[in-house]
Design a protein around this ligand. Structure first.
Ligand code: NAD
Ligand code: ZN
Ligand code: ZN
Length: 352
């Protein structure tokens, strides 16, 4: 029997740019013909949600907005055209809520680059609500034996760092520096890297985060708040002193984006993933040329990348370090995030 769907629900709503979020009741949305309604059980809180609330980026954001794009839940209703997802299925609602499925990028497994992409918790309402609408073609299937609280952060943080590691071209046995290693993306990046056979240099700030990174598989830790010469310190801990083969930038400030080209190994790759407001990448042309450095961006992942990233988790290779709090406390999570006080990922639990 189909579950009863209420007409109103609890949600966290940003009424205007800059926030703060308001915890209140709003109507339950209805899915269109190619959409499903997902009863969200848990949603991860990504730093992107904070950027969205603050209006940090040169991309217009819907207001008022229900943010959130790491939503794990159960399908409770579906549009007339949907036959790929069944009621009762467990699915993940991701940043890429939908795309045209017909352009060059969609056809070649680069859906995030689709010009018609719609974004959960940014251009359409997201997962900080009990019932969320998503395009059926884009939700990620979640095996029923997987816990919905732990899988939630995999749906953005996990997929994004897994894709970034693939884009880095680093091979088993090689070394990757993860910058912003103790945060939500970084904590998963260290583990995906280890599971892929890579060795990890973690870069973040403070002794608590040092312990955290060591526990999650980092071989070395460089404290950016204590280092007097970060470039030299990162090179010094790389096995042969020549620097890491790849750098994954998941920090939320500009300076590390300017430093990475200084310590990446010759012929190495710098992958920009973090999106600090108004920031620029900088590298000396001379060094980039004569050391054959690659610098590139990496943006979430395709549906296929999503399946692979979830599969790593399902097989027990990734421990997702979560702290679960009620949806009502989202505002406090944003405060801690802004202060850089979070290690790992906060997940909000929807009211019963
Ligand atoms: P987070 O707040 O959980 O973690 C950021 C970490 O960076 C913190 O541990 C902080 O201490 C660390 N940090 C700050 N300054 C640093 C410095 N100078 N050197 C080293 N570490 C430093 O954030 P998150 O949720 O992991 O998100 C990280 C960034 O990635 C955000 O900008 C987010 O919008 C972006 N993001 C991008 C994509 C993508 O597809 N490219 C996807 C998801 C998130
Ligand atoms: Zn995200
Ligand atoms: Zn497209």
């Amino acid at each position: 029997m189909a579950p009863a769907i209420p007409s109103v629900q609890w949600a966290q709503v940003s009424p205007k740019l800059g926030g703060p979020v308001e915890y209140k009741q709003i109507p339950v949305p209805k899915p269109g013909p190619d959409e499903i309604l997902v009863n969200i059980k848990y949603s991860g809180v990504c730093h992107t949600d904070l950027h969205a609330m603050k209006g940090d980026w040169p991309l217009p954001v819907k207001m008022p907005l229900v943010g959130g794009h790491e939503g794990a839940g159960i399908v409770v209703s579906r549009g007339t055209l949907v036959d790929t997802v069944a009621l009762g299925d467990h699915v993940g609602v991701k940043w890429l809520n939908g795309s045209c499925l017909a352009c060059d990028f969609c056809e070649t497994g680069d859906e995030p680059l689709c010009a018609k992409a719609i974004l959960s918790g940014y251009t359409v309402d997201g997962t900080f609500q009990q019932y969320c609408v998503a395009k059926a073609a884009h939700v990620s299937p979640i095996p029923k034996n997987v816990s919905l609280d732990e899988i939630a952060p995999v749906l953005c943080a996990g997929i994004t760092v897994y894709k970034g590691l693939k884009e880095s071209g680093a091979k088993p046995g090689q070394v990757v520096a993860i910058v912003g290693a103790a945060g939500g993306l970084g904590s998963l990046a260290m583990q995906y890297a280890s599971a892929m056979g890579l060795r990890v240099i973690a870069i973040d700030g403070g002794d608590e985060k040092r312990e955290w990174c060591k526990q999650l598989g980092a071989e070395h830790y460089v404290d950016f708040t204590a280092s007097k010469d970060l470039v030299a310190d990162v090179k010094a801990v790389s096995p042969d002193g020549l620097g890491p083969h790849a750098v994954l930038l998941v920090a939320v400030s500009e300076l590390p984006f300017q430093q990475a080209a200084g310590y990446v190994r010759s012929r190495g790759t710098v992958v920009a993933i973090g999106l600090p407001a108004n920031a620029y990448l900088r590298a000396p042309v001379f060094d980039t040329v004569v050391r054959m450095i690659s610098i590139k961006g990496s943006y979430v992942g395709s549906r296929h990348d999503g399946k692979e990233a979830i599969d790593f988790f399902s097989r027990g290779l990734i421990k997702v370090p979560i702290k679960v709090v009620p949806l009502a406390e989202l505002g406090n999570v944003f405060t801690l995030m802004e202060e850089g006080k979070i290690a790992g990922r906060y997940v909000v639990k929807m009211p019963e």
